[in-house]
Design a binder for this molecule. Structure first.
Ligand SMILES: Cc1ncc(C[n+]2csc(CCOP(=O)(O)OP(=O)(O)O)c2C)c(N)n1
Ligand SMILES: [Mg+2]
Length: 349
């Protein structure tokens, strides 16, 4: 049976229309292509600071963010491997390139790196580097939703490593006790820097931690974008209807080193190859075409749109200036410049 002719608004799977099923592909492919372009720029020394890849984890970030309802004002708090979630919420390739290249026009005007930027209107909270610390922050954000009687949901990403911090414990415990509308996405990608999961935690699986906090636990194949979407969607609905926190474990794999400088020598080639065979984009392309949800021509059309979009953004960004050095401390502390401090003295003062 062919379902190619289904009206655009008909649900084909898990309440998703043909257009939405295409969107999931679009966001995953955009994430990967943008990161590949960034690797290119990094090798040309045009990226300032580190470059963190989400290769093989695109389904995890995209499928989970897609389960939020942007029209209701849901907010997520991403981590370094969640570029895809920010793109879903409306961050643009140009903004991301400007951040990585520390341009004057970047969202943080060259003061912060990579995807550490913020837009509450579009529903993403700027991350900080400290692992686990965004869990109590998002507990506070979702408490404010509750206090204002807003039917909004918050989502926060943590890695397997971040789950070993005190902040994670305090944040999830508080959110659990308060039954806050929070979804915690636990990304089990096998490693925290060079520490494998078996040296990170004594539980058999990260979702087992849910029981210790008295919250709902759920688990999905993090390389299957539809499974990620469906599992997260159930958690979002549970949160919005007053059920409280869900800890969602997504099982995936970090196919690159911690960052571009890390050659991942502590991971065997066989392990990486086994996960290459489970590539989330390849799997989804097969699902889309086997089910008749998308044609190869439609996918090629999205690919060329992505290439054009990224190329245009790179050309524009590369020609933009860096911030003027003299402005480096402006708007950082919101404190007037201190003429008495040698290190803070403006050359033009
Ligand atoms: C509290 C804290 N300790 C150490 C670090 C340094 N650090 C940054 S990322 C990272 C590994 C994170 O691993 P995980 O949480 O599994 O996320 P992944 O990188 O695998 O996505 C470490 C140790 C940090 N940022 N914060
Ligand atoms: Mg990890």
């Amino acid at each position: 049976m062919t379902i190619t002719a289904a009206p655009a608004s008909t649900s084909l799977h898990a309440g998703l229309t043909r257009g939405q099923l295409h969107e999931l592909y679009y966001w995953m492919r955009l994430t990967r292509s943008l990161e590949e372009k960034l690797v290119n720029l990094y090798r040309q020394t045009k990226v300032v600071g580190g470059l963190f890849r989400s290769l093989g984890q695109e389904a995890d970030a995209v499928g989970s963010a897609f389960a939020l309802d942007r029209s209701k004002g849901d907010i997520l708090s991403p981590l370094i491997r969640n570029l895809g979630s920010m793109l879903v919420q409306g961050a643009t390739p140009l903004e991301v390139l400007r951040q990585y290249m520390a341009k004057a026009e970047s969202p943080t005007r060259g003061r912060e790196l990579n995807i550490h930027f913020n837009d509450l209107e579009r529903g993403f909270l700027g991350q900080i580097s400290h692992l686990g610390d965004m869990v109590p922050v998002m507990a506070g954000v979702t408490l404010s939703f509750r206090m204002r009687n807003q039917p909004r949901v918050g989502m926060v990403y943590v890695g397997d490593g971040a789950m070993s911090t005190g902040s994670f414990h305090e944040g999830i415990n508080f959110a659990a006790v308060q039954r806050l509308p929070l979804v915690i996405i636990a990304e089990n990608n096998g490693y925290a820097y060079s520490t494998p999961l078996r040296k990170q935690t004594a539980v058999a699986q990260l979702v087992d931690k849910a029981a210790g906090y008295g919250v709902r636990g759920a688990q999905a194949d993090g390389n299957d974008v539809l499974a990620v979407y469906e599992t997260t969607k159930a958690a979002v609905e549970h949160a919005r209807s007053g059920g409280g926190v869900t800890l969602v474990e997504l099982i995936t794999f970090r196919r690159k080193g911690h960052a571009e400088h890390d050659n991942q020598s502590y991971v065997t080639r066989a392990e990486i190859e086994a996960w290459e065979a489970k590539d989330p984009i390849d799997r989804y392309v097969k699902r889309l075409t086997d089910s008749g949800w998308a044609t190869t021509a439609e996918l090629a059309g999205m690919d060329s749109r992505i290439t054009q979009e990224i190329d245009a953004a790179v050309t524009r960004c590369e020609n933009e200036p860096l911030p003027e050095a003299i402005t480096a401390l402006d708007e950082v502390t919101h404190v007037p410049p201190r003429a008495d401090l040698e290190w803070y003295r403006r050359l033009d003062a």
